[in-house]
Design a protein around this ligand. Structure first.
Ligand code: PMP
Length: 303
């Protein structure tokens, strides 16, 4: 495959039919988003946020892009901004993986740390404050920007339908951080399969199932507030997965599928296996594996 630039390799990732013993002979298909050039599902978002900002005139020559992020959005945004020579400042709570922060810097982004205990809300506040101080700056703000679910409704959802070549989808199971992936893909899939169940995944320590907020090792999913995008769909269920369950599935994926998947992928698989128990025989579940374990090696993901 000859490509003229790396941006052409964003999207069109493989959909893997997992060789996993799910209940009721349910088949589980996982979209392997670690195959994107920046290594995660968020490359799709980065391109959409930057290109839409340019189209609307919010991003002009030399505009500084400022974004609060757990890491993968930062990489996606930095990748997309690099194409246009735009300066990027990423506001990242300290706790998130070193590998992601190293990659953001390699793409030319500057990292501004906020305290881990202030969570993503602390990073959002800091990004907004910086935007007041810096002339000609733009905060795409993935947590509120409708371009976020749209990025996935326009690319990831239609790809899944095409990948399955006519197979029906009975349930979509995906983690939520900003909620963009889950909501955007659900919207696209339910246009074709209106009966499809949409089930989101969070780690223990997230609040969607009325849980009490606390730190968790599963990275990239879990929310401190209900994502505003959830209003646009019917959420049929929320699966709350322990870190232990997520990490044992991460190990299972390496040993049994030869796949290096991050902890949010492990949580997605754990949740898909639970959903399989609730579905009729021979149903099909689609899930998303957002990134690779390789960006969590320093955190002992296989220990
Ligand atoms: N998994 C990982 C590893 C992520 O980085 C993210 C984004 N924070 C997600 C899942 C969730 O994606 P979204 O923000 O679209 O809900």
């Amino acid at each position: 495959m000859l490509v003229k630039n790396i941006y052409q390799t964003i999207g069109n990732t493989p959909l893997l039919q997992l060789d996993v013993p799910a209940a009721n002979d349910v088949k589980i298909f996982a979209k392997l988003e670690m195959f994107n050039p920046g290594g995660s599902v968020k490359d799709r978002l980065g391109v959409n946020l930057i290109e839409s900002g340019i189209k609307r005139g919010q991003i002009k020559y030399g505009t500084t892009i400022i974004e609060p992020t757990a890491g993968n959005t930062g990489i996606g945004v930095a990748l997309a901004a690099q194409r246009h020579g735009l300066p990027v400042k990423l506001v990242v709570p300290e706790k998130f993986s070193q590998e992601k922060q190293i990659l953001m810097k390699a793409l030319g982004a500057e990292i501004i740390h906020t305290a881990s205990e202030d969570g993503i809300v602390g990073a959002i506040d800091k990004a907004k404050a910086l935007a007041h101080e810096i002339d000609n700056s733009y905060v795409p703000l993935q947590f509120e920007n409708p371009d976020n679910p749209k990025a996935y409704a326009q690319t990831l959802g239609p790809e899944i339908i095409a990948d399955l070549a006519g197979k029906k989808i009975d349930a979509f199971v995906a983690g939520s951080g900003s909620g963009g992936t889950f909501v955007g893909v659900t919207q696209a899939l339910q246009k074709k399969f209106p009966e499809m169940k949409a089930i989101t995944v969070e780690p223990e320590g997230s609040i969607l199932n009325d849980g009490v907020e606390h730190p968790h090792r599963t990275e990239g999913i879990g929310v401190e507030f209900v994502p505003p995008f959830f209003k646009e769909i019917t959420v049929d269920g929320v699966k709350t997965i322990s870190d232990d369950d997520a990490f044992s599935n991460v190990k299972w994926l390496a040993k049994n599928e030869g796949l290096f998947a991050g902890s949010s992928s492990g949580a997605a698989l754990a949740a898909a296996l639970q959903v399989a128990e609730e579905l009729p025989r021979n149903s099909n579940i689609v899930t998303i594996f957002p990134d690779s374990s390789e960006r969590y090696l320093s955190k002992g993901i296989y220990d």
